[in-house]
Write a protein that binds this ligand. Structure first.
Ligand SMILES: [Zn+2]
Length: 291
């Protein structure tokens, strides 16, 4: 069934591959428009453990959108507008250490932005179509991921007998090309753990809307600096991802069950007392309840 946004609601969100919503028995496909244009696809709203969950295929259902062309603002806005306040963002990454081989599940606690030219803020001074104007807002980003969400994913992975790597820095590159060996070795020399293409600005935009965001990074290959062969290929990445998507889905579903019903984390307070100027966001407009 496909509907326009209307009264569709969800409290939890997952931005990930299109294999994820297929597990739900019943989904309603919800088309959402945003002031920033359309999101990557319709949102697939269903239920996990009695809670309403919205899935958004990050690259669109046909995987037609490369990382640098994704409308990240529209994606996060669409989830927020359905009522989603906690988001899990699984992604495929390259391992930057010998011990992080294919099949490793990393739950990073930091990211490093090496992207270029991506729109990465809602607070850019540009008026929205409804005439509202975003304020000048600087959100804290020292700890970019939700502590409660990270706990939920880590516990869910351990419960699934998939020992995760707890913490580490995810380098986000512009893509769509993979890293050179020199870039990759430099990332490793800096002590960073994995490299991907979608983690930024997803985490930042979530924080700017007061959403909880948790990254869970599935290592699909050794990045160029730590592997001895001809370098990473897209086919290898897809093959390893396909081989792990089942257990990743299990972990995500267990994590969704564990996400707290009431939030009291750094993300939930990021916009306390902030006049965002954005409708429905934080203390955005007079008379609009805090998200
Ligand atoms: Zn949080």
């Amino acid at each position: 069934m496909t509907i326009d946004q209307g009264t569709a609601r969800a409290e939890l969100g997952v931005i990930g591959g299109s294999g994820l919503y297929a597990l739900l028995d019943e989904v309603t496909e919800v088309r959402v428009d945003t002031p920033y244009g359309p999101p990557s696809d319709a949102l697939f709203v269903g239920e996990v453990a009695g809670r309403r969950v919205a899935f958004l295929p990050r690259h669109g259902r046909g995987h037609g959108l490369p990382p640098h062309r994704i409308n990240y603002r529209a994606n996060l806005w669409a989830l927020h507008s359905l009522g989603v306040r906690q988001v899990l963002g699984p992604c495929a990454v390259g391992g930057l250490r010998e011990e992080y081989g294919p099949g490793t599940l990393l739950v990073p606690d930091q990211f490093v932005d090496r992207t270029a030219g991506r729109v990465q803020t809602y607070y850019d001074g540009q008026p929205l179509p409804d005439g509202s104007v975003p304020g000048v807002v600087h959100v804290p980003m020292a700890d970019p991921y939700c502590p409660a969400g990270r706990r939920a994913v880590l516990e869910a992975a351990r419960e699934s007998a998939w020992e995760p790597v707890d913490g580490g820095a995810l380098v986000v590159i512009e893509g769509p090309r993979f890293s050179t060996r020199a870039e990759s070795r430099w990332f490793t020399a800096n002590g960073w753990s994995a490299v991907g293409m979608t983690g930024h600005p997803e985490a930042v935009l979530a924080r700017e809307l007061g959403l909880c965001y948790t990254s869970s990074a599935l290592v699909t290959d050794h990045d160029a600096g730590v592997e001895a062969g001809d370098g990473v290929t897209h086919a290898e990445v897809l093959e390893v991802f396909a081989g792990n998507v089942g257990r990743l889905r299990t972990v995500l579903f267990k994590a969704l069950e564990r996400l707290p019903a009431e939030r009291d984390c750094v993300c939930s307070h990021a916009l306390d007392g902030v006049a965002t100027g954005l409708p429905g966001v934080g203390e955005g407009l007079p008379g609009v309840a805090a998200g």
